[in-house]
Design a protein around this ligand. Sequence first.
Ligand code: ADP
Ligand code: MG
Length: 398
Amino acid sequence: MNIHEYQGKAVLKEFGLPVSAGFPAFTADEAVDAAKKLPGPLYVVKSQIHAGGRGKGKFKELPADAKGGVRLAKSVEEVGAFAKEMLGHTLVTLQTGPAGKQVNRLYIEDGSDIAKEFYLSLLVDRETSRVAFVVSTEGGMDIEKVAHDTPDKIVTFSVDPATGLMPHHVRAFAEALHLQGDVAKQASPVLNGLYNAFVAKDMAMLEINPLILTKDSKIKVLDAKISFDSNALYRHADMVALRDETEEDAKEIEASKYDLAYIALDGTIGCMVNGAGLAMATLDIIQLYGESPANFLDVGGGASEEKVTAAFKIITADPKVKGILVNIFGGIMKCDVIARGVIAAVKAVGLKVPLVVRLEGTNVQEGKEIISSSGLNVIPADDLDDAAQKIVNAVKKG
Ligand code: ADP
Ligand code: MG
C-alpha cells in the first residue's frame, strides 16, 4: 500500500525528521487558505498522486509547454491560479504510464532555498535480509539516469537488525554525501529517524528524493514516497486509514475483498490459477506462445466457489481481456469446486471471449464432467502446454 507525499511527511515528522510546513488542499480555495498560513515568499504547489516524476510530468489538458505537477509560486494568488490549473486534470509522468493520473489533492508547502539535492532511500534488501540504505549525491529528478549512466555515484549499505543503526552507518552516509562540520552532525538524527520510522511502520520502501541541503546549511526531507508491506498492515490501522483507493486499480481492490492475490497487467489473456508458482509459470508460457497475460491471479489453495466466481467476474470485467485461461492443479483445491465456480460465474456474467480450462489433480474427472455437461462453450485442455497454445490460438483468431 502506498500513501501520498503529504501523509508520508506527517508520519516522518512524528519521528523527528525535518520536513517543511505545509497543508493538503482539495480545492483552489483551500490551496489559497493553506498558502496564507505559510510564511512565504516562496510556495510550492505539489500534485498528490501515487507516482513520482511529478515535477517533470505534463498535464494532458494543458498545452505542452505548461508547467508540470510541482510548481514554485511567488504569491498566494499564484498558488490559487496553479491550483485551478492542476486540480481535476490528468498528470502524465514517467511512472504513471501514458494514461496518467487525475490530480484530486494538492500539497501546499513552504518553499526551500536549495543548495544541493541528494538521493536517499531505504528498502528491504532480499539478498541480505536487511534494511538497505541507498545514497547518492546526484539527487533530484534524474536518479534513474544516474543509476543507469554513473552507477558508481550510488552508495549502498545495509543495517544488521540485531544491532540497529550504528555510528559507522552514519559516517558512511556523511562521507558519501561529502557532508562536513555542522551539516554532518545533522546526519545522525536524520538517519536514525528514517530507520526508526521504517521499522516501526513496517515500510517496504521509503524514498526521499530529494533530501536537500538548504542555503542556510540545514538538511531537509523535500519529497517522501512510502510504501508499506501489505502483509503487516493488520498491525497499522493508522496507516491503513491513509489509504486512497482512488489511486489504486479498481480490480485489485475488488480482488482484495475476496482475499485473492491479483495484479493487473497489460496483456490480453485473463488468467485464473491456483498457487503463485503455477501462476508465474502460466504467465511465462503464455508469453512463450506469443501473447501476454492481462493479470496475475492466484485464487489460493482452499478457494471456495464464491471466491472463484468473484475472480472470474473480475477477469471478465476487464475490457482488455480477449481470452481466459483457467489453469488449476487440484491439491488442496478440488477441481469440481473450481468447475462449479466457473460455471456459476459464466452463467451470471456471460462469456464473450474464448475460455480454455485445464484441470488436473483432486476430483479432476468430476470437474471435467461438470464443465462438459454444462453446455457452455468451454475449450478443455489436457496440460499446461496444450492449454497455453489453445488460448493463444483462440485469441489470435478472434
Ligand atoms: P517529483 O519527484 O514527483 O518530481 P518532488 O517533490 O521531488 O516531486 O519535487 C520535484 C522538485 O521540485 C524537487 O527536486 C525540488 O527541486 C523541487 N521542490 C519540491 N518541493 C520543494 C520545496 N518545498 N521547496 C523548493 N523546491 C521544491
Ligand atoms: Mg522527488
